[in-house]
Design a protein around this ligand. Structure first.
Ligand code: ARG
Length: 565
């Protein structure tokens, strides 16, 4: 059920009735309870256009609204807003319908498209860092969401597996021989050690350079070493994916190197289209309004990150058939994407009907607001971070005696990983994100644990009741009416989160829902003997739908729930 769309349609009918031919998309959620649930705010613009008084137009529109069970109240306010209040009986009936549906009444988009979500995309030369963690978490939730809404989603892990540093890395890999296995456990250290050799030993440095050339030339031995290295490095990433419960597999990897063969063609093609220019020996494309051109090929013939991205866009649009490509990459690459998108448009790799979007996110900071690093300034190991989350989550389990060691391990994993994901998703992704263990594992506030508790509490009520719920759902009072409205807003929330690629719309929604539920739970007994059966059934239905909604939305975000906590 898309409430806003239904309301827009009512206003559209009213306007048509009045002989006004004007598309309506002016119903918004009301900012304050005294403004009702929704507001129609199109009267002012209309009045201006027709040279009439806005309050008068608003009144005329209200008079022309078709009969509907949806609204219980319409009133004109301020300069010409129409305040709308949804009818409790209508809400109850709609809820009863959606509650019986496995998707809770959430429809699929009318015009499903193929969407590419480019996320995680770490560099293979080094360990995955916190920026890739954010990309992985945000990207995965977005991919889940778009696919839940019926789109055909293709996940692309655009790993960085090519470039001059690999010459040095494989030369070092070869030098270590059998001993390399142990050293490869820590890629950061491996990289540093290789770099040290490179800086200190002229012969090693020459060999590294030679290996870059050999690699590019397709030398079998070098390619073998390189493949071995990438395999190990990707293995590290997969450990992280598996701990995170993120469904990225090798099938989603489309590495930078896979575009190598196409890079010369890209240059040729841009030249043919008259877009390529020489600038200080390099081949570049100039973009209107930007004094710096996009470099396509360096003076030494080497290609760049951007060249590969152009090839990737071409592949995604022409071969994969994408109509929307979402790049979940940190905000520092905004300039890169702006330029790449502009050139892709000019070159016709992405026609206007393909949406190219940089789903950018801010930095991850520590509690004191500094970039997230280890005490000695090194990169934080993601595996250790996730292990720590699970360890700390054990401390947040209140009734530890009630569970076996094994159960505690399982619960802690769901709670801990859920907390890491939820806290990342729950802020506007554009802002910097403060990583704070205490806050993310708190039972109070907008946290996953709060939702997981609300869910487990409801499940426990339903278990105690132990029978099928069979009654009619009724919204007895204003609190329940608001709860019903929240529940029914699910589809609107999911759709707008998908449209704007903003997972925090969903977490805010869940927080509101769980908060209303907790109030309801404190003030409305359900199983107590003195509750009339009819009310019990209705309250059970309301509670169950809340639990189902929490579970479904959290699962879309990649967060699991627990039947007991
Ligand atoms: N490997 C890059 C990095 O770690 C991110 C790649 C993002 N995707 C892309 N198509 N450029 O910064």
């Amino acid at each position: 059920m898309q409430i806003k769309q239904e309301l827009d349609a009512l206003f559209q009918e009213a306007l048509t009735e009045m002989g006004i031919d004007e598309p309506v998309s002016s119903v918004v959620e009301a900012g304050k309870p005294e403004f009702g649930d929704y507001q129609f705010n199109g009267a002012m613009a209309l009045a201006k256009k027709l040279g009439k008084n806005p309050r008068q137009i608003a009144q005329e529109i209200v008079d022309h609204l078709p009969e509907t069970p949806m609204l219980s109240e319409t009133s004109i306010a301020g300069p010409g807003f129409v305040n709308l209040r949804l009818d409790g009986n209508w809400l109850a009936a709609e809820l009863q319908k959606s509650g019986g549906d496995e998707r809770l009444g959430v429809g699929r988009v009318e015009d499903p498209i193929r969407v590419v979500v480019d996320y995680s995309s770490p560099n293979m030369a080094k360990e995955m860092h916190v920026g890739h963690l954010r990309s992985t978490i945000i990207g995965d939730s977005l991919a889940n969401l778009l696919s839940f809404l019926g789109n055909d989603v293709i996940r692309q892990n655009h790993i960085g597996d090519w470039g001059t540093q690999f010459g040095m890395l494989i030369a070092y890999l070869e030098e270590l021989g059998e001993g390399a296995e142990g050293n490869l456990k820590d890629l950061e250290e491996f990289y540093k050690a290789a770099k040290r050799r490179f800086d200190e030993d002229e012969a090693f440095a020459n060999k590294s350079r030679e290996y870059v050339v050999k690699l590019q030339g397709g030398d079998v031995r070098c390619l073998e070493l390189w493949e071995d290295f990438i395999d190990k490095s990707l293995g590290h990433c997969e450990e992280v994916y598996s701990k995170l419960h993120v469904g990225l597999t090798r099938e989603h990897v489309k590495a930078e190197s896979s575009y190598n063969e196409e890079l010369a063609q890209i240059v040729e093609d841009l030249k043919e289209k008259g877009l390529l220019q020489e600038s200080r020996g390099a081949r570049v494309v100039f973009i209107e309004g930007d004094e710096n051109p996009l470099i396509i090929q360096k003076s030494d013939g080497g290609y760049l990150y951007a060249t590969t991205d152009l090839a990737a866009i071409r592949f995604r649009v022409h071969t994969l058939g994408a109509k929307r490509i979402a790049y979940v990459v940190d905000a520092r690459q905004a300039g890169h994407f702006q330029q790449v998108f502009a050139v892709a448009r000019k070159a016709g790799y992405a026609p206007e009907d393909v949406k190219l979007e940089h789903v950018s996110f801010g930095m991850m900071l520590d509690k004191s607001g500094r970039p997230f690093k280890t005490r000695d300034g090194g990169t934080v190991k993601l595996i250790q971070l996730l292990d720590e989350a699970v360890e700390r989550a054990k401390g947040a389990i209140t009734q530890r005696d009630a569970y076996s060691e094994e159960e505690i391990e399982k619960i802690a994993e769901i709670v801990g990983i859920g907390a890491v994901k939820y806290s990342d998703l729950s802020i506007n992704r554009e802002s910097n994100y403060i990583f704070d263990w205490d806050r993310m594992l708190s039972l109070e506030g907008n946290t996953s644990l709060y939702q997981q508790y609300a869910y487990a509490r409801i499940r426990s009520i339903l278990r105690k009741y132990g029978k099928e719920i069979e009654g009619t759902l009724r919204l007895e009072d204003e609190l329940q009416r608001r709860m019903g409205l929240k529940l029914l807003q699910l589809e609107d929330v999911l759709r707008s989160a998908a449209r704007d690629a903003m997972p925090h719309y969903i977490t805010s929604y869940l927080y509101d829902l769980a908060t209303i539920f907790m109030k309801f739970y404190e003030t409305h007994p359900i199983l107590r003997d003195d509750v009339p059966e009819e009310l019990r059934q209705s309250r059970l239905l309301l509670a169950k739908q809340t639990a189902d909604t929490l579970r479904m939305a959290l699962e879309i975000l990649g967060i699991q729930v627990l039947e007991r906590l």
